[in-house]
Design a protein around this ligand. Sequence first.
Ligand code: GLN
Length: 487
Amino acid sequence: MIAAPLTELSAALAEKRISSVELVTLYLERIEKLNPLLNAFITIDREKALTAAQAADAQRARAKGEVVSPLLGIPFAHKDIFCAKGWRTTCASRMLANFVAPYDAHVVEKMAAAGVVMVGKTNMDEFAMGSSNETSYFGPVKNPWNLDCVPGGSSGGSAAAVAARLVPAASGTDTGGSIRQPAALCGITGLKPTYGVVSRFGMIAFASSLDQGGPMAQSAADCALLLNAMAGFDARDSTSLDRPAEDYRRELDKPLTGLRIGLPKEYFGAGLDARVSATITEALAEFRRLGADLIDVSLPNAGLSVPAYYVIAPAEASSNLARYDGVRYGHRAREYRDLIEMYEKTRAEGFGAEVKRRILIGTYVLSHGYYDAYYLKAQKVRRLIAADFSAAFACCDLIMGPTTPTPAFRFGEKSADPVAMYLSDIYTIAANLAGLPGMSIPCGFVDGLPVGLQIIGPWFAEARMLNAAHQYQLVTDWHRRIPPLTP
Ligand code: GLN
């Protein structure tokens, strides 16, 4: 049962082959057994989970066979970046280690309304800054496929938890790749929606013009179901889009005949591991067998994504993180002589090294005299990158390529060299800069480690991307592989 994808668990609940209390109990047992090994969760709350499962079962009984939400009673985990009322919400930082959220994020509210049973909060890089989960104040998450390797980041806890079947699905957030990169490194399916489709209200801010929440699960069909629940207008997020609700499952069963897949030459050049490249080529051949046409395209400015991102994201982060001053909530230094020293000590103690690096870079690029040279220039580059995608989508429906240049790397391998770490997101960042939807699906293994295929679509093409991914998953079983974990 535990190995089954969300869609099958949903059917089992609907047919009363299992109750939510039974299902949640099974997953809690597995979490208790395997989490000490993986460190995928920061908080687990057995009591809250079982109470919610009982409520879900009662709701189903009251419905007397009437149609209920397909997610009613499904165990679920939220990345610890989402505020959840009454739950400790840490963002994996010492700064918020004692913070209990007084309200629910829109995503948490929406998922609860759809009936999911929240079992806990997943580990992540501190304030979602990282690609390996090594920056978490609560210690790194291990990759379930190889415990010596990173799970990716920043949503590494959610990715590892889904891969190891500690939960059937989880939420993630993606500012520069944080849903797709860990999904690739852990062998699961993850989707970053078009910017504005999922509300950022109650999602702790990193870089507000890039941050976007989304689903992480075993399959594309699962992600479609989850996005149906997660997406929607929210007046409390000024960038939330007021559009008619969509059924993201509506195109799942469409054949791929005539689908034009663009392959950007910049995504297959130097820096891409040859074995990853071969795995991606094989996956693309499968799409061709499914009836798609492969077309060469170019994103001439894609090479500027990482430098532009590492100006814009830290600039926004330095502003967003100014709120952590020890006055209103979160960590406060124990001893200080005056207000200024209280701020200084609080922030020196509360933030880790990577967060401090970002704040320093951000304040630097925004400072008088450098704003034009760095920040404004980066914003112009951002526009050029978006224009490259628009040009490419004039001759293809979807873009495909690798999610990451290499499979999961070892702990410590990149942590001493920030630039090497930043390059893990070389293929994912451009979609955030352009606000485009992107996803990663499992497409093979290299040395026993999963490889992810990235799919990028035009704005609001989520249903089409899920269709392509689902058709691929009907003829392959990479997404069904389970890491051989012995507790
Ligand atoms: N790895 C990138 C960074 O460190 C992206 C993180 C994210 O998407 N939250 O900023």
